[in-house]
Design a protein around this ligand. Structure first.
Ligand code: AMP
Ligand code: ZN
Length: 470
């Protein structure tokens, strides 16, 4: 039985799918106006762990994610600049070119972090008719009003508006806010469809019953989640910043339309925070996966770092933490490579089966208890240390755990096994150079070997070990 912390009930609930064995899971996707920062990526790693844990528990998952390629302003409300337009102006590209460029970059990042691609990736610009139908439905039910050409959701018609985020709605409604949209009847109201916005140069627009325009950000997620997952959704996730505005608005418009509860489990990932480095994209500089790679880190070092914290705890990012994660990860890697060698010579041990069951049980218990990855990692280290387990049994357990951790344990073996002929020839030449005590040539060959992605570790008596570079 999987237990998950549900933001809706503010407690850890036993997870049950709405229907049979199938789980519909919707995760808010990226706004593709710039690279994802490593904080965003932490959230996608958490969602990947959630998906793989549920798969491990035997559920069949449909994982839907949107791509916001229109409509998201720099504030999560209706204020600020249009993120996509800003990106286009910055790079002298069209809005669509920007969208595709950063969508591709996003999937490259997630792939290198071993995040499984969602079953459905839905672009907002390709679902405009679904969005329009949704807004029409809200209008027919009396939840929408038109002011100065834009269509707004009337939050006063949805009395439980503040329940999900425990908002003090009265205060919010009467409190002063700068840059306020005078068309709104209530401060918490939000735009469903823009026909008039402050961005006259809005390029992506569509015809609609309310005039030529474009959708608000919140409506896109509700419309696409409903299209692919139906009127009742098992799980909806995102980062915690989405609780008070985006998810609150999603719930209001969806439940207003449906007349019943929409999502059973809401899960939110805590933030990655930077002590020294700045995280905000609007500030111009922010940390991306490419920056980590330029500094010599493998994306999986970062994945490992995120697993060391529970998804509901803030994780402070420093390069010192990342360096520690790298060292531990590399330590695990060397142990696995060693175990592979041992396993070739060693037979099984008497307690293998009993211990395998015990460790897998412990691992599952931690994961199924609200995705406790830090504790699940302690099981990994206990397995590595256990002298009663044979090397082969250890490898089996680790590879099983890695179906969720996704730290690339299996690849360690594959990379090590396939040594290109060209590399092997250089290595042989280097052995000769060292026998001839031609150190300059030996160093030169080491560099050539490194340029082909391998490193040679010299061992006593002219022996060596060849390892793939990070
Ligand atoms: P965005 O592309 O800004 O819509 O954000 C994509 C995802 O990243 C959302 O689920 C956000 O809640 C999440 N997110 C934003 N900032 C952070 C952060 N510093 N740490 C973790 N998740 C974040
Ligand atoms: Zn969303």
């Amino acid at each position: 039985m999987v237990k998950l912390y549900n933001t809706r009930t503010r407690q850890i609930d036993e997870f049950q799918p709405i229907s049979g064995n199938h789980v519909g899971m919707y995760c808010c996707g990226p706004t593709v106006y710039n690279f994802a920062h490593i904080g965003n990526l932490r959230t996608y790693i958490f969602e990947d762990i959630l998906r793989k844990t549920l798969q491990r528990a035997g559920y069949d998952i449909t994982h839907v994610m949107n791509i916001t390629d229109v409509g998201h302003l720099t504030s999560d409300g209706d204020e600020g600049e249009d993120k996509m337009l800003l990106g286009a102006q910055r790079e002298h590209l069209s809005v669509l070119q920007i969208a595709r460029k950063y969508e591709d970059a996003f999937f490259e990042d997630t792939k290198s972090l071993n995040i499984e691609r969602p079953s459905v990736v839905a672009r907002a610009t390709e679902h405009i008719q679904d969005i329009i139908r949704f807004v029409k439905g809200l209008e027919e039910k009396g939840y929408a009003y038109i002011a100065d050409g834009n269509v707004y959701f009337d939050t006063s018609k949805f009395p439980s508006y503040g329940d999900f985020a425990h908002l003090d709605v009265d205060n919010l409604r009467h409190g002063a806010r700068v840059d306020e949209d005078g068309n709104k009847k209530n401060k918490t109201d939000f735009v469903l469809w823009f026909t008039k916005s402050k961005f006259e140069n809005q390029i992506l627009t569509w015809d609609s019953p309310w005039g030529v325009g474009y959708p608000g950000w919140h409506i896109e997620c509700s419309a696409m989640a409903m299209k692919y997952l139906g009127d009742e959704v098992d799980i909806h996730c995102g980062g915690i910043d989405h609780i008070p505005v985006h998810h609150t608005n999603e719930i209001a418009q969806s439940e207003a339309l449906l007349g019943h509860r929409w999502v059973n489990f809401w899960l939110h990932g805590e933030f990655l925070v930077l002590q020294k480095e700045k995280m905000s994209k609007s500030a111009g500089t922010f940390l991306t996966l490419s920056v980590l790679k330029e500094k010599g880190y493998n994306p999986l070092h970062y994945r490992y770092l995120t697993l060391t914290a529970h998804y509901r705890s803030t994780l402070s990012f420093t390069f010192e933490n990342l360096e520690n994660a790298k060292n531990t990860y590399e330590g695990i890697k060397s142990k696995i490579l060693e175990l592979r060698k041992q396993a070739k010579q060693e037979t099984s041990k008497p307690r293998d089966e009993e211990l395998k069951t015990k460790y897998i049980q412990e691992f599952n218990d931690y994961l199924y208890n609200d995705l406790n990855t830090p504790q699940a990692l302690t099981v990994l280290f206990a397995v590595l240390k256990d002298v009663d387990l044979s090397a082969g049994a250890k490898l089996e357990i680790l590879e099983d755990m890695d179906t969720v951790f996704s730290l690339g344990f299996k690849d360690f073996q594959e990379k090590n096994l396939s040594i290109p002929e060209e590399v092997q020839m250089l290595v042989n030449e280097r052995v000769q150079a060292r026998a001839d005590k031609d150190w300059a040539k030996s160093d030169e060959l080491r560099d050539k070997i490194a340029s082909l992605g391998f490193t040679v570790k010299d061992l006593p008596q002219g022996k060596y070990e060849l390892l793939p570079l990070e």
